[in-house]
Design a protein around this ligand. Sequence first.
Ligand code: ATP
Ligand code: MG
Length: 369
Amino acid sequence: MPAIKLDQVSRAYGKQVYAVRDLTLEIPDGSFTTLLGPSGCGKTTTLRMIAGLDMPTKGTIRIGDKLAFSLEEGKSLAPAKRGLGLVFQSYALWPHLTVAKNISFGLEVQKVPRAEATRRIEQVATALQIDGLLGRYTSELSGGQQQRVAIARVLVMQPSVLLLDEPLSNLDATLRMDMRAELKRLHQETGATIIYVTHDQLEALTMSTHIALMQSGRLQQFAPPLEVYAHPANQFAADFLGNPRINLLEGSVERGHFKCAGLDLALPDTVSPADTPTATLGLRAEELRLHGASGPGLAEARVTTLLPTGSDWYYNVELAGKSLIVRQNDGPQLRLGETVHVEARPESIKLFAGDGRALLAAPTVPMGS
Ligand SMILES: Nc1ncnc2c1ncn2[C@@H]1O[C@H](COP(=O)(O)OP(=O)(O)OP(=O)(O)O)[C@@H](O)[C@H]1O
Ligand SMILES: [Mg+2]
């Protein structure tokens, strides 16, 4: 099964507008790689260029040992010759055919024997919870049902590389959870390479083996999900992943301490960043602890909001005029207006330079799938 390599790939519109810029990325064979980022960052454009539906204005794309696109060599392999299965944001089903016919169409073209085709159709239809709809016309389905038929139509072909552009966007919350688990199971069972586009960071964190995080057409970080979460390459990555959003405090670094109004935090010995007048500290809600009594290294704060979720308590606390969100899964049960003391686990601290670059070096993790 092929790895997919993009080398310095750009897609420009005119001279100024870049949908994707200098994208170099090696998508490992058998990985579940998610292209993640806000609307307009270039996710769909990247997927379309891999599929051969859009042409880069610069760079090279390889799929396994096939050269799929090269501007220098004037080569662009036709989409059908790239051996990919595609499900796009806008999917076209045949309205005058039943769900079963829509799904079986590709199998008939490939002359898959009838018994084998029936078995495969039933299997994907059950997995995608549309087995009760096989006899209906697709014009009689809801948007979410149509979306699942579009996925089934591609999965039934058992492609070795599957490109999915926001395939769960029309589904309600419960079904979306089911489908995430189903796609992840399918990935594990088939060993196919999946390239998945979403702007939903939770979807990316829960499903992927690798995340390619993009912003304004540029790759920000490419790493396994928990590494992006724990060791974001820059402030954008720290801010984009995680719910609630990471707490960010602006201040300075002086002699191994991060300082801002109300806070003087000794940075871990392993770090020792150079002094800088502008730095931003990143603290995730679950990496903060609240204490009743004061103590060394603790900053004083005031509880301004209590947000119980059933399993956890979220507190907004005000620290020298800044609001921080803190998650605790055990008490103490705090009251509004109460004074508390905030502790940040030193090993969890994230620190960013004025230009957003991470100042604490992330440990290197092998990038195999
Ligand atoms: N034909 C075009 N002409 C000019 N600009 C375009 C064209 N097509 C796309 N763009 C721009 O390229 C950028 C990337 O678009 P793309 O569709 O890849 O984003 P996306 O990350 O998939 O966003 P979304 O999450 O909204 O689907 C956008 O800023 C878009 O406006
Ligand atoms: Mg898109």
